[in-house]
Design a protein around this ligand. Structure first.
Ligand SMILES: [Mn+2]
Length: 267
């Protein structure tokens, strides 16, 4: 009955507006895609914004830290250094991180990664293919990447979580499959789903905060909040700030990105 009521209320478990845990402020960061410049700018803004807050602080990163932009390795280094002192940090897994992990284990089957941003990540780790990779080059490229991963990077990627559900909010990289319970979602949907989720007006039992599908402006809808503003292409990295019933945005703006490819269907 409770969950039925929550569904009817569009993600609110207790009536009224969706709210987060009392006494807590959450900063949720969208898809970074190798834009260290924007991440550093955003962290500085988050530090300044949170200075006077007396409650507990949390930062949730929505995944897609790597690929496309120029500084994938440096972004992971930055996250590993946990520069937001005093914050509980939650790192979610994006489809691009999963694609990199797949490439390390199965270079031939997962070669598609190189065509949707992975080449930029290889370069950031100092792996420089001498030519456009052919199938016979792939095992060596994966081995070189594994060799060059600094200590902690693989562990970081393997430690990323698929979702974080707290109070009236459910954080996930891509989204969820409408009609399936939040605790029964498929990892492929959580990392990859697109239109079936973004075009659904259904109440999901929590407000789903996600990245993955680029929109020029953040989308604050009754059933979901999308904050992938396409940092690597647009130079705009978005952070959603949740506290009680309030929602606001902080954004880092930089130069329009230069990337190795642009296929929004694969973002
Ligand atoms: Mn994605």
């Amino acid at each position: 009955m409770d969950s039925l009521l929550a569904r009817l209320r569009g993600g609110r478990s207790s009536g009224g507006e969706p709210r987060h845990t009392p006494g807590k402020r959450v900063y949720c960061v969208g898809d970074i895609h190798g834009r260290l410049d924007l991440l550093l700018d955003l962290h500085a803004q988050i530090r300044a914004d949170s200075e006077a807050f007396g409650g507990s602080l949390q930062v949730v990163y929505l995944g897609d830290y790597i690929d496309r932009g120029p500084d994938s390795r440096q972004v992971i280094d930055c996250l590993l250094a946990a520069p937001l002192t005093g914050f509980e940090a939650i790192y979610l897994l994006g489809n691009h991180e999963q694609a990199m992990l797949d490439f390390l284990d199965y270079p031939l089957e997962a070669a598609g990664w190189l065509t949707f941003g992975g080449l930029a990540t290889l370069l950031s780790y100092g792996v420089r293919p001498r030519r456009l990779p052919t199938p016979e080059d792939l095992p060596d490229l994966a081995a070189s990447l594994r060799e060059r991963l600094p200590p902690g990077h693989l562990e970081f990627l393997l430690g990323c979580r698929l979702y974080h559900h707290e109070a009236d909010y459910y954080f996930v990289h891509a989204g969820i499959r409408p009609g399936v319970a939040l605790d029964a979602q498929d990892p492929d949907d959580q990392m990859w789903i697109r239109d079936e989720f973004t075009e659904s007006g259904a109440a999901h039992g929590a407000v789903v905060v996600h990245g993955h599908t680029i929109s020029p402006e953040p989308e604050l809808l009754p059933n979901r909040i999308g904050i992938d503003t396409g940092a690597c292409f647009t130079g705009l990295l978005t952070c959603l700030v949740l506290e009680g019933e309030s929602r606001r945005l902080i954004q880092a703006r930089g130069e329009t990105g230069t990337t190795l490819d642009y296929d929004p269907l694969l973002a």
